[in-house]
Write a protein that binds this ligand. Structure first.
Ligand SMILES: NC(=O)c1ccc[n+]([C@@H]2O[C@H](COP(=O)([O-])OP(=O)(O)OC[C@H]3O[C@@H](n4cnc5c(N)ncnc54)[C@H](OP(=O)(O)O)[C@@H]3O)[C@@H](O)[C@H]2O)c1
Length: 320
């Protein structure tokens, strides 16, 4: 099969388009013919410095497509079914093999390309807001990197849950594109101080919850933006900075900082069902999947470079 592979970590230029052996179907898994690869922020970070679990390595968490082979022990999936998949590697390819637990059936009539983006982005956002963030209606949420895949999902889910939604991004144009998704107050962190802006918008109260996929100096700002009893769901390191933060703002305000890693629970019944529900809600039009651009799989390097140019809002897809 064709795949976008690399032999060493590095910039987008390490990605090559090559023939590699077809993946093998595990007795407890399925193989899909990939129709869309949803490039995750984690894919670009793994390309920079993640372990090469296969050689050449096929990176990538998310892809959607049609099942072409079903393992002998799998009873709930069948050949011909469209599924969204998420696994530790292997999305940037024409075929991918995943455990059955890592595949979610796509409702009839819903485009598998759109569904391919949902498990990690919406699943992570939901865990940041609800499972670990304990968001309640009427609260105020700050979504750092609001234009990211996780951010676009978090804004919609928070708004739908009855929260007031603030988000940061690196340009006014990016913030503008988030308004139809439910953004109430945008903060351009290149032109405005985030903590001061949050305090101004909230009349010096601060926010109840921050979803922070950026880390580093941004995470420090998240801690300083919290209201009394505020919580931070720290979920990523998109900023590529060291995670050295001063946690002293937490104690006196009964505030908390919680790490969130969907990967640790994605195989549980709770997370699996939660992701299936999100796919069904998107299929009914209750959640919007935002696709910024698509590239052919053969141009995976250009697609990664485009994501790292920080012009994308939502997801960038590769089409084999
Ligand atoms: N823990 C988990 O379970 C989990 C699950 C999913 C994702 N994640 C993590 O969450 C983060 C975001 O993932 P994603 O898929 O939503 O990412 P994404 O769609 O690629 O977006 C990342 C965004 O981060 C912002 N950013 C800030 N500083 C940056 C920098 N130095 N370089 C590049 N971008 C920077 C950019 O927006 P602006 O230009 O507007 O700032 C960019 O659009 C990643 O670190 C990913 O690994 C974690």
């Amino acid at each position: 099969m064709k795949a976008a592979v690399y032999y060493q970590n590095g910039g987008p230029e390490v990605l090559k388009y090559e023939d590699v052996p077809d993946p093998v179907c595990h007795p407890k898994g399925v193989v899909i013919r990939v129709e869309a690869v949803s490039i995750e922020g984690g894919d670009t970070l793994n390309r920079w410095h993640g372990p090469l679990l296969t050689k050449p390595h096929v990176v990538g968490y998310q892809a959607g497509g049609e099942i072409v082979e079903v393992g002998s022990e799998v009873t709930n999936l069948r050949v011909g079914q469209k599924v969204a998949t998420s696994y530790n590697f292997g999305s940037h390819a024409a075929l991918r093999s995943v455990p059955a637990r890592s595949a979610w059936p796509v409702p009839k009539g819903f485009d598998v390309k759109l569904a391919s983006t949902i498990p990690v982005t919406f699943g992570t956002a939901a865990d940041c807001l609800f499972e670990f963030g304990r968001l309640k209606a009427g609260e105020t949420v700050l979504v750092q990197a609001g234009a990211s895949g996780v951010g676009v999902a978090a804004i919609q889910l928070a708004k739908r849950a009855g929260a007031t939604v603030l988000a940061t991004a690196s340009s006014d144009e990016r913030l503008e594109r988030l308004k139809p998704l439910g953004l109430d107050h945008g903060i351009n962190y290149r032109t405005d101080d985030v903590v001061k802006s949050v305090m101004k918008i909230t009349n010096n109260r601060g926010v109840d919850l921050v979803v922070d996929p950026v880390g580093g100096a941004t995470l420090q700002g998240s801690l300083l933006s919290l209201a009394y009893r505020g919580r931070v769901s720290m979920v990523g390191a998109a900023g590529r900075e060291p995670m050295t933060v001063d946690v002293s703002p937490l104690m006196a305000g009964n505030r908390s900082l919680t790490g969130v890693f969907l990967g640790a629970e994605i195989g549980t019944e709770r997370a699996h069902n939660m992701i299936q529900r999100l796919i069904e809600e998107a299929a009914r039009g209750e959640l919007k999947v935002v696709i910024d651009r698509t590239f052919p799989l053969s141009e995976a390097g250009a697609a990664h470079a485009y994501i790292e140019s920080r012009n994308a809002v939502g997801r960038v897809l590769l089409i084999p």
